[in-house]
Design a protein around this ligand. Structure first.
Ligand SMILES: NC(=O)c1ccc[n+]([C@@H]2O[C@H](COP(=O)([O-])OP(=O)(O)OC[C@H]3O[C@@H](n4cnc5c(N)ncnc54)[C@H](OP(=O)(O)O)[C@@H]3O)[C@@H](O)[C@H]2O)c1
Length: 348
């Protein structure tokens, strides 16, 4: 595995759930770090976050936060914060990786899942985006088939954990559940509806056509990452009362018919995908199996009974690991392997 170099790194959104997982993943991978700064809002400024036997004090973010000495800036706060700070950090010489949807569909910004389209990194102009946490596992599972037999159509229904909506949403589910078990209904306001013991078919805001932005992200980002602009995608994104681990049911159709055995073998050979598919033994992956792990777990691979030659499957992944923190570290590793971080400093 290509290693990271010791770099000066700043994380905007540094007190968030993704940032904390990013620190944990840096540690697990033994990644060297020259200096690490955590930036957030005034709400978290002054909070101390443990890292490698010491503590990092969270600072408030401002345009002056980026003085030109950060080599890598990871923005993991909000679309608004990314639109504000990414250009500043880039113009001051940082290699910027953005976790929000702000730049994902910008043709000048690569949208990267390293196992799928690492080469797209070469076209970066200082900012790289990483996909939505539901798009990443879906393209990881579809890519090994798509590269030999182009994807034509995909229908997906998600079962998304509250961790995908940040630290407050995790606290919200815990509080709602405790209240409900005590016989009270106390909506936390962290989802569009009460989430404890419920399922909410709204993730992000609605568009005029009745789809949600999350559903559009899955469609548009899948087309961009797979470089397949004509793929038809229909997504229904649902929040469920699960803490960690996004799940999805996928129905996919390719140019030529695909046998489930062929699909299973292709997925099993894909780095970062683990097939757990022994229905006779009751073996298939669940969100609890994915939580805390980096792999995309795939099971229930079978023929799509509604489309001859199509396949259906089930996939789960931890949205804050491969859906966010791990993918970012892999982007940095891949950029280092290609000399892009040093080249970026030279450009600035
Ligand atoms: N959770 C996931 O599974 C996941 C997956 C992929 C992508 N993402 C994306 O990653 C980003 C962070 O998500 P999260 O789940 O870590 O959220 P979170 O737990 O709610 O944390 C958000 C962090 O961003 C900070 N922040 C918010 N607005 C800011 C601003 N204007 N300037 C500076 N800092 C600001 C917050 O500061 P305070 O602490 O001061 O409030 C907090 O530290 C979002 O863009 C999200 O869409 C999340």
């Amino acid at each position: 595995m290509p290693a990271m170099k010791p770099r000066a790194i700043a994380v905007v959104g540094g007190a968030g759930i993704v940032a904390r997982e990013f620190l944990r993943a840096l540690d697990e991978r033994g990644a060297p770090v020259a200096r690490l700064r955590l930036l957030a809002t005034s709400r978290s400024a002054g909070t101390r976050v443990p890292f490698r036997g010491g503590e990092i004090t969270v600072e408030e973010t401002s345009p002056d936060s980026f003085a030109g000495d950060d080599e890598i800036v990871f923005l993991s706060a909000s679309g608004e914060a990314s639109r504000r700070y990414a250009p500043i950090a880039r113009d001051r010489g940082a290699f910027v990786i953005d976790d929000s949807s702000a730049f994902r569909m910008d043709p000048a910004v690569p949208l990267v899942v390293p196992e799928v389209n690492a080469e797209a990194l070469e076209g970066h102009r200082g900012i790289v985006s990483q996909p939505n946490c539901t798009t990443t596992p879906m393209v990881m599972a579809l890519f090994p088939i798509h590269r030999a037999n182009p994807l034509r159509r995909v229908v997906v229904s998600t079962y998304q954990a509250v961790a995908g909506a940040g630290a407050a949403a995790v606290a919200g589910l815990r509080a709602e559940t405790a209240a409900a078990l005590a016989g009270r209904r106390e909506p936390s306001g962290t989802q569009a509806r009460e989430i404890a013991f419920n399922a909410v078919p709204q993730v992000d805001a609605f568009e005029a056509d009745g789809a949600t932005r999350e559903e559009l992200k899955m469609a548009n980002e899948t087309r961009k990452i797979l470089n397949a602009p004509d793929v038809a995608v229909s997504a229904t994104c649902v929040r469920v009362p699960v803490l960690f681990g996004h799940a999805m049911a996928v129905w996919a159709e390719f140019e030529r018919p695909v046998h489930p055995d062929e699909a299973r073998a292709a997925m099993a050979a894909m780095p970062g995908v683990r097939v757990v598919d022994e229905p006779a033994a009751g073996r298939y992956p669940t969100p609890l199996d994915a939580a805390g792990n980096d792999d995309v777990l795939v099971g229930r691979v079978r023929a799509d009974a509604s489309r001859p030659g199509g396949i259906a499957f089930w996939a789960v992944t931890d949205s804050i690991r491969k859906g966010a923190a791990t993918n970012v570290i892999q982007i940095i590793e891949e950029a280092e392997r290609r000399g892009l971080v040093d080249r970026n400093r030279a450009r600035a």
